[in-house]
Ligand binder design. Structure first.
Ligand SMILES: Cc1cc2nc3c(=O)[nH]c(=O)nc-3n(C[C@H](O)[C@H](O)[C@H](O)COP(=O)(O)O)c2cc1C
Length: 211
């Protein structure tokens, strides 16, 4: 049984939860997550998002291998030396990288990998794929919030999808579909805490940006 939390609590506590238990997630909850994703808006109300819930060990392993390639290529030297950002000190950045590496090592064991895709009705060109992202990310965020609301851990990931041909082959996508985000879902091993974001004064202005 899960205790659902309120919308604003979910918004402020929807951290990327990468460390997940191997315990199976009931199918009805996986369907509930995708149904929540499917309520999101899309450009011109095209409703062309598509969702693949991967539970098959062989397909999960292939996606885990693609993710490993993507993570290793992207992180490279940062693995040893995470550096820092103005809003993220080195210790926090190191903790984030550690969780990315944990996820990389355990991706194949995570109960469900949900792939957010778009169906274009014709062969996807890179330009079409680029323009599609505005209509898939609202659904992805819905799914993340729904997972948080149900006490499930989830995180948006893209590094495993950087080779579209390999992804299409793995997921048996027709040439009219493109994959945008891989969301591992499971029961959290860590605690849900609040997100840490830049202060509102830094990211918001009224009326015009420069006064
Ligand atoms: C477009 C996008 C791509 C992302 N790709 C990855 C990824 O490939 N692997 C990963 O572990 N996290 C990925 N993330 C998660 C971010 O690292 C995470 O949202 C950010 O660090 C904030 O984390 P927090 O919500 O826990 O504070 C991605 C997030 C977004 C929005």
């Amino acid at each position: 049984m899960t205790d659902e939390i309120g919308l604003f609590d979910a918004l402020y506590h929807c951290r990327a939860m990468r460390r997940l238990d191997t315990r199976e997630v009931p199918e009805e909850l996986l369907v509930k997550l995708v149904d929540a994703a499917n309520q999101a808006p899309s450009g011109s109300n095209m409703q062309n998002s598509r969702w693949i819930v991967v539970r098959d060990p062989g397909v999960k392993q292939k996606l885990a291998d693609l993710n490993r390639k993507g993570v290793e290529a992207y992180l490279g030297p940062q693995i040893e030396n995470p550096g820092s950002l103005p809003h993220q000190p080195e210790a926090k950045r190191k903790r984030m990288l550690d969780s990315v590496l944990w996820q990389m090592e355990h991706m194949h064991e995570i109960p469900a990998l949900i792939i957010a895709c778009m169906e274009f009705g014709q062969k996807v060109t890179p330009a079409m794929a680029g323009s599609g992202s505005g209509s898939i990310w609202p659904g992805i965020q819905n799914l993340l919030l729904a997972a948080r609301g149900l006490g499930l851990g989830a995180a948006p990931t893209t590094l495993g999808l950087t080779d579209p041909a390999a992804v299409a082959e793995t997921l048996k996508l027709p040439e009219t579909m493109a994959a945008y985000c891989l969301i591992p879902v499971g029961y959290p091993l860590g605690r849900f805490g609040p997100v840490t974001r830049k202060p509102i004064g830094e990211v918001m202005r009224f009326d015009t940006w420069e006064g």
